[in-house]
Design a protein around this ligand. Structure first.
Ligand code: SF4
Length: 235
């Protein structure tokens, strides 16, 4: 279905935008055919109809690219359309913008998240505590204080965060901001990112170090995306 991915039971994903505010070297969607996805609101109707026709779907994930590349008005139109599908109960937004473009956490966005009948979850993407300073920390606080559960996923990257100190700092910083340290991803093997790869043995040793130093709620789950698996694969 154009713009819609339905990989996992109970939830489906809308690819709302092909662009991001930053282009991560290790991006797992760098070869995704964004040009084929709907642009105008009416072009999304087949995807909305698919969601309407499958009552097992409870949650819609807004993804991309970055769904916060859309204006607040366009986001509101899409959320209002989703609200009209009775069996949907949750809305999840996957975005790196609170980290790399914190001004995007606007009053309008917060109002939308607070007012929707769907329970909102926001999943951000920070890899290092050095990203979580200044206006980025303020943006995350604004989301948390508006009552939205905020989770973080990081990618384990050689030379960036593949040491216990960096990962514990990230866990501490997220906990200070009230953000759940949700996933630590092993890298997807995309072209041009081999130099970031960390072995599973090293990743396991880093997890052990984190368990020894952080409270349990600040330790992420180490996972990998595997084609055909019913969810993320825990390592
Ligand atoms: S923010 Fe996510 S989707 Fe965008 S370039 Fe980075 S990894 Fe890819």
């Amino acid at each position: 279905m154009p713009g819609l991915l339905h990989k996992y039971r109970g939830r489906a994903l809308l690819i709302l935008a092909g662009a991001c505010a930053v282009h991560c070297r290790y991006c797992f969607r760098r070869h995704y055919p964004y040009g084929d996805d709907p642009r105008r609101l009416e072009d999304w109707e087949p995807a909305f109809a698919y969601l309407e026709n499958d009552s097992s779907i409870r949650e819609v994930l807004l993804s991309g690219g970055d769904p916060l590349m859309l204006t607040d008005d366009r986001l509101r139109q899409i959320v209002e359309r989703l609200e009209r599908i009775p069996h949907l109960t949750r809305l999840r937004i996957h975005t790196r913008q609170p980290i790399v473009l914190p001004d995007r956490v606007t009053d309008g966005l917060l109002a939308l998240l607070k007012s929707t009948r769907l329970t909102p979850w926001v999943v951000v993407h920070a890899n290092h505590a050095n990203e979580l300073t200044g206006d980025c920390a303020e943006a995350l606080r604004a989301l948390v204080q508006s009552g939205v559960p905020v989770l973080n996923q990081a990618v384990l990257l050689k030379g960036v965060n593949d040491d216990a100190e960096a990962l514990c700092d990230l866990g501490e910083r997220l906990a200070d901001l009230g953000v759940q340290n949700y996933y630590l991803h092993q890298l997807d093997r995309v072209a041009g990112a081999q130099h970031f790869e960390v072995s599973d043995e090293r990743a396991a040793a880093l997890m052990t170090a984190m368990h020894a130093r952080l409270p349990g709620y600040a330790v992420p789950r180490l996972v990998r995306e595997e084609a055909g698996a019913p969810g993320k694969t825990p390592l």
